[in-house]
Design a protein around this ligand. Structure first.
Ligand SMILES: NC(=O)c1ccc[n+]([C@@H]2O[C@H](COP(=O)([O-])OP(=O)(O)OC[C@H]3O[C@@H](n4cnc5c(N)ncnc54)[C@H](O)[C@@H]3O)[C@@H](O)[C@H]2O)c1
Ligand SMILES: O=C(O)[C@H](O)CO
Length: 386
């Protein structure tokens, strides 16, 4: 990064120096920090992805906390430097934190925050959008239209898949996976098969109740099934959406062998993390199975796509925008700022990271707590009552 580093400063006389490695949407997050005696420094460099060296230059020799991004490599080097600068707080502006070495952070006594909940519906809505766009071939049809190729209605033109009555498969039925499942079941009357390490009890209850409602209305009821193996989902589902965390157990979860057991005209959607799919194997699968379609928000080597993917008509690709609604992005900035502020101020950690709405109410001050610290137990941080 060219020196001097380009920085925007708020409340220069603030006692605590908090750095945000990127400008973030909204202004509430800045106000919350400056009102509590923080000097906020926002890195405004044009470079999209900051390197470890860039961030070391930003940290300097006094820094109390950092709000970082999922594109950055937060490991031993950065956490030891943050600690040397007197810092004890870091928050990703993301729910996923596979870019963060949590053990390294704990070793240096740094709390690691994330931003759950506020992006659940927004992300699920993009997964639903990709499912629809892929099943009805919307992007291909749009390109066809703009290319001036439409010369009249035809019985075979862009025939796709009907979702109603088909089976939606969800791998990783946590917050986002469950919200997506509900959208597809309620919106399109699909049946559910899911695979997760844990039982999604609330989701199961929802499908049961909705099925009973449909039956009572004289309609075909929807059904659910918790699969014993991921392969069962892959074999049975017509539309499959991936929503697990990225870790050792989910790296290349979808590989050549698993692609081969999916239906030839299945739809695969990924709004989790790119490396959950072996993308090179996916490109080969798309080449030989033209009826198989994918909707991808994330990529194995972001910002790059594996060779061949961009040419595939049966792939819809968007640039990691699943959480990109104004409300969500402003809320993510707020939660990340409050994680850092709370740790600096010695506040306890909110006891339920699934119930963070109270931090997002613009009309009242947020609770004196860190909304979500993923290594709270490791650091022995006290927990706040709801
Ligand atoms: N594309 C985007 O912009 C975007 C936006 C938000 C979240 N995400 C990704 O989505 C992920 C999920 O977010 P969430 O809030 O729903 O998290 P969550 O913790 O509520 O859900 C994750 C689920 O994955 C399950 N899981 C873990 N390992 C598994 C395995 N081996 N097999 C099957 N299931 C497994 C967990 O049990 C859990 O239910 C995040 O970690 C992040 O990487 C991406
Ligand atoms: O993990 C996350 O939060 C996303 O990838 C960005 O919203």
């Amino acid at each position: 990064m060219a020196k001097p580093v380009s920085i925007q400063v708020w409340n220069p006389s603030g006692k605590y120096r908090v750095i945000s490695t990127k400008p973030m949407p909204g202004t509430r997050w800045i106000r919350l920090l400056t009102d509590q005696d923080c000097r906020v420094e926002i890195c405004t460099e044009k470079k999209t992805i900051l390197s470890v060296e860039d961030i070391l230059a930003l940290l300097g020799d006094k820094c109390d906390g950092v709000i970082g991004q999922l594109t950055e490599d937060w490991g031993e080097v950065l956490f030891s430097a943050l600690r040397r600068a007197g810092g004890t707080a870091f928050s990703n502006m993301a729910v996923g934190y596979n870019n963060v070495d949590v053990n390294a952070a704990a070793k240096y006594g740094v709390a690691v925050g994330n931003t759950p909940g506020v992006l659940t519906e927004t992300t699920a809505e993009l997964a639903a959008s990709l499912s629809l766009a892929a099943s009805r071939r919307i992007v291909e049809a749009d390109q066809f239209m703009r290319a001036g190729l439409y010369d009249g209605w035809l019985p075979h033109l862009f025939v796709g898949n009907l979702l109603k009555g088909q089976t939606v498969g969800v791998i990783g039925a946590g917050r986002i996976g469950s919200a997506y499942a509900r959208m597809m079941i309620e919106g399109f009357k699909m049946n559910l098969i899911y695979y997760d390490l844990y039982q999604a009890t609330r989701l199961e209850k929802f499908v049961t109740a909705y099925g009973q409602f449909l039956k009572a209305s004289g309609e075909q009821p929807v059904t659910w099934k918790r699969a014993a193996t991921m392969e069962d989902v892959l074999r049975e589902a017509d539309v499959i959406s991936l929503h697990p965390v990225l870790d050792k157990t989910t790296y290349h979860l979808i590989n050549k062998d698993r692609l081969s057991i999916m239906k030839k005209d299945a739809i695969l959607v990924n709004c989790s993390r790119g490396p959950v799919i072996d993308e090179a194997a996916l490109v080969e699968h798309l080449k030989v199975n033209p009826m198989f379609r994918v909707g991808l928000d994330v990529f194995e080597d972001e910002p790059h796509m594996k060779p061949g993917l961009a040419e595939m008509k049966n792939a819809i690709v968007v640039p990691h925008i699943a959480s990109a609604s104004k409300w969500t992005r402003e809320g993510m900035a707020t939660l990340a700022a409050l994680n850092v502020l709370g740790k600096i101020k010695g506040y306890p950690v909110w006891s339920d990271p699934n119930r963070i709405e109270v931090f997002l109410d613009e009309n009242s001050p947020p609770p004196a707590a860190c909304p979500s610290i993923v290594n709270a137990k490791q650091l022995g941080l006290p927990s706040s009552k709801l």
